[in-house]
Design a binder for this molecule. Structure first.
Ligand SMILES: NC(=O)c1ccc[n+]([C@@H]2O[C@H](COP(=O)([O-])OP(=O)(O)OC[C@H]3O[C@@H](n4cnc5c(N)ncnc54)[C@H](OP(=O)(O)O)[C@@H]3O)[C@@H](O)[C@H]2O)c1
Length: 336
């Protein structure tokens, strides 16, 4: 394929600040890799916002194009696993961190990062899930492998209106679980009930300052994207042999707890990493997302945006004010 010029959101360092603008780039400047993809959709995750604001724990070198998620069509492939015209998706690995990501209309990546788009998902739907939905699904997949099922009792989702939280509420409800959603947004009840939460808690209800190692056995499972005291409170209130998936740190990266819930109640704390999830699990989880975990409320969760109006959405996610999923549609793509 001949060189293509394309548009991308580029973050540049200007003295001590980081400036975002839409620039014209060339596919010649993309890194080496077996698969060149014309990106149709991407999405906004917390990690993208950190990259876009110059967080060097995420992105070491600028100028940089963020976007840890991308779905689109293969433009060129030197791998026998993919042909030009294939619909595919990529989430995680190094995409959008130090490899130019889905906020550009083209990406070039190793074939080992690429997942064939499941037949029953559109390119657009796959990005409503994106990393956030994949992380929620990975959490539930690992919790079920650890013994959780819909008969076990209620599952708590913290940071429930966020990307991971919204997708966790919707997938769990779809899979038959009784879902309790904890949120810091007082006016979010209607939204969370529309996703399938049966009970709504205020954020403060999952914040116990007493330092008690064990509280009333309440939850059989927890999907936590907040960390800190929220996670410690959830651990103390988890039922005998319950399972907690820890996947985020929007509240805090710290965790003060004791061994008592683990040795007296036999609970399990599962660490969730979506970026480097092995390809066998990755394909199995996208398979579930496209079938039994395909939720009916994707339109309620997704908010479509173009490159030109992404910046306020980045600020919103950094301020903890985001609700649902921001899906980036690149210009000139059909609505597939
Ligand atoms: N482990 C992994 O592989 C993985 C993958 C994806 C994301 N993550 C992590 O998961 C977390 C959530 O990501 P996301 O993309 O879902 O972000 P998000 O869309 O911004 O959602 C985060 C939600 O957490 C709540 N929240 C925000 N600030 C808070 C605070 N100070 N204290 C308590 N709750 C707060 C808010 O929901 P409410 O207002 O409803 O409470 C917010 O909407 C991030 O830490 C991200 O890095 C990890």
């Amino acid at each position: 394929m001949s060189t293509q010029s394309y548009q991308a959101l580029v973050v540049r360092q200007s003295e001590k600040t980081f400036v975002k603008s839409i620039e014209d780039l060339s596919t010649d400047d993309l890194p080496e890799g077996e698969v060149l993809i014309r990106v149709h959709y991407s999405s906004l995750n917390y990690k993208d916002a950190m990259s876009a604001s110059g967080n060097r724990a995420i992105t070491r070198h600028f100028p940089h194009t963020p976007g840890i998620d991308a779905s689109g069509v293969v433009a060129e492939s030197s791998s026998s696993d993919f042909q030009a015209g294939d619909s595919v998706l990529v989430t995680g690995y190094d995409l959008g961190m130090n490899t130019p990501g889905g906020f550009g209309e083209y990406i070039r990546v190793p074939a080992s990062w690429v997942v064939p788009l499941p037949e029953t998902l559109s390119l657009n739907e796959s990005m409503v899930y994106g990393t956030a939905g994949f992380t929620a699904a990975l959490s539930i997949y690992r919790m079920e492998a650890n013994g959780l099922d819909a008969e076990s009792g209620s599952v708590l989702v913290t940071g429930a209106t966020g990307g991971v939280g919204s997708m966790a509420v919707a997938i769990l409800e779809n899979a038959g679980y009784n879902v309790v959603a904890a949120t810091g947004k007082p006016d979010a009840s209607e939204y969370l009930r529309s996703l399938g939460a049966t009970e709504i808690l205020a954020r403060e209800d999952v914040h116990d300052d007493s330092a008690r190692p064990l509280t009333k056995e309440t939850w059989s499972g927890v999907v936590d994207s907040v960390g800190g005291n929220t996670l410690a409170t959830a651990i103390a209130g988890t039922r005998y042999r319950g399972t907690i998936a820890t996947c985020g740190l929007v509240g805090s990266h710290e965790l003060a707890t004791t061994v008592y819930p683990f040795i007296l109640r036999g609970i399990s704390l599962l660490g969730i990493d979506s970026a480097n999830c092995p390809m066998s699990d990755r394909k199995a989880i996208w398979g579930k997302i496209s079938k039994e975990w395909k939720v009916g409320c994707l339109d309620e969760i997704a908010r479509p945006f173009g490159l030109e109006n992404l910046e306020p959405e980045i600020d919103r996610i950094l301020n903890g004010q985001q609700t649902g999923r921001v899906v980036l549609a690149h210009s000139g793509v059909s609505n597939g």
